[in-house]
Design a protein around this ligand. Structure first.
Ligand SMILES: *[C@@H]1O[C@H](CO)[C@@H](O)[C@H](O)[C@H]1NC(C)=O
Ligand SMILES: *[C@@H]1O[C@H](CO)[C@@H](O)[C@H](O)[C@H]1NC(C)=O
Length: 369
């Protein structure tokens, strides 16, 4: 009886121990699974936030979620916004610099890349805004978050958001400029003949058959060198002196703004390089732009009708003017800066521009983890 009792007790202990072991194994296994599910959840959250940014940027509350994550590979695979989904790019396009062709690319890409394109229409095509309009514009741009990220374009001189006390959105400025005489000649014939972009629009000087050469010979208004005074004031901004043809302060201010306030200023003459640098620098907006530009080049080309190349004597006469010399100096300055950026950003071999990619890393990170 005693023997039997002891045997029974041992058997029960073994059973209990076995049961405990099984429970522990189950518990560990369970914990492991829970952990796995939590990791997956975090990755999903991250992916969702990022998709939301890429799609519309409609959510206003959790813009910083992107920063939190321990899933390295996922972060690296997904495009990261530089300024978050509230990035606003302002392209204050100068008339007749190829801006319509460039914007065609942006319109093609906006749905796929998940940004909004907003065209700014100023009444009477004025290039400067009143002080109150500047404030209203800056307030709208920073508060209209359901339309972020955004690419805003319009024929407006540079507006300094810092001066207006707007701190929640700091727009990224980009622009394109063109050789001043070529821009003027293009504008001259555009006013008379229109272009293939909106051929049905009756232009201001429609029907006038006078060539640019004749206009210059007769010293008429439409080809006066002062009309070239446009790229400098566009970069100089909303200051009285900016709009005085030949003003030296305006030229130096335009140069300063170009390097201080603009992320990138391209040249009409090197449109594909401009697009390639933008794609490398701002892929969340311009991924696929180079491809789009190559395949749709003909469709996007806006061509002024019946443009006549000016004669050498016309060119020589224009180049004597102070305004041409200053506008040209500004163009050359912009060109040097653009080549400087271009060489460091892209490898241009046999006509193809390839992003150099990341050329830096942190070598020593302390304290160790
Ligand atoms: C700007 O708006 C006015 C008034 O609605 C319109 O007549 C004009 O065509 C617009 N300009 C452009 C460039 O779309
Ligand atoms: C900004 O202006 C547009 C019209 O131009 C308007 O529809 C929109 O509601 C405005 N957004 C804000 C936040 O004021």
């Amino acid at each position: 009886m005693k023997m039997h009792y002891n045997w029974c007790q041992t058997q029960r202990s073994v059973l209990i121990i076995a049961l405990i072991v099984i429970i522990i194994i189950f518990y560990i296994r369970f914990e492991f699974e829970i952990n796995k599910i939590q990791t997956h959840n975090r990755q999903l959250d991250l992916l969702l936030t990022q998709t939301r940014f890429l799609r519309t940027g409609d959510d206003d509350s959790d813009s910083n979620l992107l920063i939190e994550s321990d899933s390295q590979t996922l972060q690296e695979k997904t495009r990261r916004p530089i300024g978050g989904k509230d990035t606003v790019i302002i392209y204050n396009r100068v008339p007749k610099t190829g801006s319509t062709s460039f914007m065609g690319i942006a319109y093609d890409l906006c749905a796929t890349n998940g940004f909004n394109v907003l065209h700014l229409n100023t009444s009477k095509n004025s290039h400067v805004m009143s002080l109150s309009d500047q404030l209203r514009f800056a307030a709208n741009v920073s508060q209209w978050r359901s339309r972020h990220p955004a690419l805003i374009h319009g024929h407006i001189a540079y507006i300094d958001f810092d001066r207006l006390g707007v701190s929640d959105v700091k727009p990224i400025y980009i622009n394109l400029i063109r050789r001043p005489l070529e821009r003027l000649v293009s504008y001259y014939y555009f006013l008379r003949n229109g272009d293939n972009f909106r051929p049905y629009v009756v232009r201001r000087r429609q029907g006038d058959k006078k060539t640019f050469d004749e206009c210059v010979r007769r010293d008429e208004h439409d080809c006066h060198p002062d009309i070239m005074w446009l790229q400098i004031p566009f970069f100089c901004g909303h200051v009285f002196e900016c709009w005085l043809p030949g003003n030296e302060w305006a030229l130096s201010e335009a140069k300063r703004n170009l390097v201080d306030k603009y992320l990138l200023v391209g040249l009409t003459e090197q449109m594909s390089d401009f697009i390639a640098v933008l794609e490398a620098a701002l892929p969340q907006f311009f991924a696929g732009a180079v491809q789009q530009y190559r395949s749709g080049q003909k469709a996007h080309l806006r061509k002024t009708y019946n443009k006549v190349k000016p004669m050498a004597e016309t060119v020589a006469k224009i180049q004597e003017s102070k305004v041409w010399r200053m506008e040209n100096e500004f163009y050359e300055f912009a060109s040097k800066q653009f080549q400087f950026i271009l060489q460091r950003t892209l490898n241009t071999a046999n006509g193809q521009s390839v992003d150099r990619g990341r050329q830096w890393f942190f070598e020593k990170v302390r304290p160790k983890r």
